[in-house]
Design a binder for this molecule. Sequence first.
Ligand SMILES: [Zn+2]
Length: 467
Amino acid sequence: MVIELEFQGAAGTVTGSMHVLHLPDGPVLLDCGLFQGRRSWAKERNQSLGIRPADVRAVLLSHAHIDHSGKLPYLTAHKFSGPIYATSATCDLCKVMLADSAKIQQEDARYWNKRRAADPSEYIQPLYTIEDAQATEKLFQEIPYGRSLPFAKDCTATFLDAGHILGSACVLIEIERGGKTTRLLYTGDLGRFDLPILRDPTHPLPEVDYLITESTYANRRHDNPTAMKGAIVRIINETREAGGRVIIPAFSVGRTQHLAYFLHQAIAEGLLEPLPIYVDSPLSVRVTDIFTRHPECYDEQAREFWREEGDVFGRGLVQYITDVRQSKQLNQRSDPSVIISTSGMCEAGRILHHLKNNIGDERNTVVIVGFQAENTLGRRIVDRVKELRIFGRLYPLLARVEVLNGFSAHADADDLTRLLGPLARKLKGAFAVHGERGQLEAMAEILNNAGCSNAAIPRPGDRFALA
Ligand SMILES: [Zn+2]
């Protein structure tokens, strides 16, 4: 019985995570993510799957980030009928995030057709619709961490803590063949030790025969996440003394909640005098509600804080805003305050209004807490470009800019060595994915240095038989 592993997405690149396990009774997908990046490049890749969706037996989903889950509605729209196995928190996050992704796909197509398509023959269709996202919701099946799930004949999957985002998991697959067990570990995205709220990644990880590992920051070292609380409090205090406001563009999942938790902690500990703090983003508010519903994912420190304070995310101290009118009212105020808003790379959403209204005042501070891709407004802020174009007009950047790198939710070189190094010697095969060239090579080197002799960097379409 030949079992093959095929690499489709996130092979030689970061986004579009999807790997196929070809089993005798049908293919099973490890993740089904959206390619993100330049429009034409991503569009072409997102419109092909390399597999017939109706043939897919099941999906094992590591976590809710769109580059791992965002193509599931496309799969459903093309006759995939499930199941999709994921942790309970991942299922809840996906319901919100896939609906949001569908909305973006539809708005994008509408915008393109209105502005760019000279005649109807050039019209584009959205990759999928809200109805496709809703149909996908029904296919999710919740799997608790640590429980062995039979997902195909003689095959089980166990979801282990990945410590990356709420609900994130590494997936351990065990295949029984001829009286022996073949073990494969798919890391999904690996998190870090000491990230706020979340439990650390599982360690030691179980010994396996085959490993598929992410490589995002295999060539980097991050600042410690626990140092970020002090840094953000210092910036807020300095800005308040100057009479200014703090504007923080932040991703809806993870970064926003980590900030709310740190600020709530800092106020409870007397490190920060209460001041108006706003989380202004409907998606962030919905995601924070999901965080509140899943304390089973918290680490001991967050659980203790929750028991003492009755809440982790500072409701009462932090104002969560969904209403557009309330959001607009923030623009009329100029008193010292903190505004956390999306999008994380300043490409769309309410953050644009807050930046437009605040970057021209030198008393204010813009704090960058996440990765800013090239050609985004966020990157131009990091580069302290003197004038920024927002909604077609130029605004001078006079506000102070602070960049905090310690909030990253991805394992760095030290974390990857600590987590995966102990597995290296016993591996029959290892595959580095989810990285650009330099990162993939660095990941292979980490494994080689730890005693693995055959770490590979697969290309899209590559297939490997599992011995
Ligand atoms: Zn991720």
